[in-house]
Design a protein around this ligand. Structure first.
Ligand code: ATP
Length: 514
């Protein structure tokens, strides 16, 4: 029998993880030390117990672990990682007496940040904490007024906005941000400071570490250290050359306004369903005595109730097979993943030209404006749209209730992508199915890829050939219409492009309005 090689992590601390599988769900009234106000808030969310990963993290934070180590949490999609970090942070901050920015949660996309903010917003107010969002959803001015409290105007004395000596205070205890907007506030928002930060959460860590986003991570780490304890000489010189006289450097030893109490260590929590084991990447986080919490022995784990299927078809007939499959799935909520924004647009257009399929199909991709994407996501959440054709913009972290099926129209290139895509279904212990459309030459590669997640045999799923035949005429007609649509879109774009060019030559645009 062939013995499978398991990759051993290089970093010693990764070799002795806490296995989340050893924990069981715990009824809320049995969670040790849980603030009763948070119990009520969780109950209002419809939660009656904590999931295993949440119990495990609770142990290491509020329980005996007491937040003494930085936590690296690698648990499957949909296992409840958001609440796993949100709950202990909120409970810990519930006893704070002075309002200032204490917890920062960084996520790679705006929609994800909005989703995570909702989770904090459902529990934090119960203990008097406020949560802010910095994602560029509104204008920077509106965002600043949400995040920073201006001193009240005294009668006869006019507040000077240029006066940096004025005490500007944070209006929020917890901030959920995307790296770009976070950097905007760090660079230019008066009164925005990370001086008092106690908790830093890097969600979807492997994705965030892949891209530098204006060096947001070294900047945040630098700004949360005292001047004296800097362990990052490189980051230091980078920062001083980039930001010059930044005012937010942490004061050493003693927190301002905290009557001599020494400043606590910045606790970091990093999470993903596919956490990197790459030492050089993890080194960027400057973790303190890190503890890995993972599920089972495998590095990659699919949700327990996920069923994976392969559907073999000729490349040129894939749209036909997809339509036949969608018809079989009826009105079940479904996400169809393609490999690029362009093919998302093309496929969605084609599906909508097929005649009346009795299902509402919309596209969701990075090509669209954020407002359009948010609108589509809302309709999908509400069930007004049943099928979302998506690029990988929807792959990570997005949580939409009731998604029963995921379809890989294009085979994902990596197991990580498969895991995150498939993970949009079978969440929170629910059942779900992931179908992958394959050409027969792709089967071997697909099998090898899924073995990395211990998925040995992926059964075939077949659609009746009669369904395929009955769709052929509609398909040919849709293809013809697609050609016309693509041409008219291209000519519209050309016209718009030249008009825009003329306009931009004659009239300067106000960039800040965008
Ligand atoms: N204790 C709980 N009881 C019931 N439902 C819960 C509980 N905790 C989380 N959930 C629900 O489980 C779903 C998945 O949670 P969450 O989005 O945090 O998963 P995740 O592990 O972060 O997934 P991903 O890796 O895809 O980002 C959400 O719909 C959430 O509301």
């Amino acid at each position: 029998m062939e013995v499978k090689k398991r990759s051993t992590p290089i970093l010693p601390w990764m070799r002795s993880p806490v296995d989340v599988n050893q924990f069981e769900a715990c009824a809320l009234n049995l969670v040790p030390c849980l603030d009763p106000r948070l119990e009520v808030a969780l109950d209002k969310m419809g939660f009656s117990s904590l999931f295993p990963v949440q119990v495990a993290v609770w142990q290491e934070t509020i329980g005996p672990g007491a937040f003494e180590r930085d936590l690296c949490i690698n648990s499957p999609t949909g296992s409840g990682k958001t609440l796993a970090y949100a709950l202990p942070i909120v409970q810990k901050l519930s006893t704070r007496s002075v309002k200032c920015l204490r917890a920062l949660v960084v996520l790679p996309t705006r929609d994800l940040a909005l989703q995570v903010k909702e989770v904090f917003a459902a529990i934090a107010p119960a203990v008097g904490l406020s949560v802010g969002l910095a994602v560029g959803q509104s204008s920077i001015a509106d965002e600043i007024s949400e995040l920073i409290k201006r001193p009240k105007l005294e009668a006869g004395i006019c507040y000077d906005p240029e006066d940096v000596t004025c005490e500007l205070q944070s209006s929020v205890d917890i901030l959920v941000a995307t790296p770009g907007r976070l950097m905007d506030h760090i660079n230019s928002t008066k009164g925005f400071t990370l001086e008092h930060l106690c908790y830093l959460v890097v969600d979807e860590t492997d994705r965030l570490l892949r891209e530098a986003y204006q060096s947001w991570l070294p900047t945040v780490l630098q700004l949360t250290q005292s001047n004296e304890e800097s362990l990052f000489p490189l980051a230091n010189s980078f920062l001083s050359s980039t930001f010059g006289s930044l005012k937010t450097i942490r004061r050493c030893g003693v927190e301002r306004g905290f009557k001599g109490k020494s400043r606590p260590r910045l606790v970091k929590m990093v999470l993903s369903a596919t956490l990197t084991q790459d030492p050089s990447k993890l080194a960027q986080l400057n973790l303190h005595h890190p503890l890995l919490m993972t599920t089972g022995k495998r590095r990659y784990q699919l949700p327990e109730k996920l069923e994976s299927y392969k559907l073999i078809c000729e490349s040129n007939l894939r749209p036909l097979y997809l339509v036949a499959l969608l018809q079989e799935l009826g009105e079940e909520k479904c996400i169809v993943f393609t490999s690029s924004t362009e093919s998302t647009h093309r496929l969605c257009t084609l599906l909508n030209l097929f005649g009346d399929l009795g299902i509402k199909i919309k596209e969701y991709s990075g090509l669209q404006r954020q407002s359009r994407r948010s609108k589509t996501l809302k309709s999908f959440r509400e069930g007004k749209v049943q099928v979302l054709v998506s690029s990988d913009a929807m792959t990570r972290g997005m949580d939409v209730q009731g998604v029963k099926n995921v379809i890989n129209y294009d085979i994902p290139a990596y197991i990580k992508t498969y895991i995150h895509r498939a993970g949009r279904t079978a969440r929170a212990g629910q059942a779900g199915r992931c179908f992958t459309l394959l050409h027969k030459y792709e089967v071997k590669r697909f099998k090898k890829m899924l073995q990395k997640a211990d998925n040995e045999s992926v059964p075939h799923y077949s659609v009746p050939s009669s369904s395929i035949e009955s769709l052929r005429a509609a398909y040919n007609s849709a293809l013809g219409k697609l050609k016309e649509t693509v041409e008219s879109e291209a000519s519209r774009k050309r016209k718009f492009g030249s008009k825009f060019l003329k306009l931009s030559r004659t009239k300067p645009t106000d960039r800040r309005k965008g």
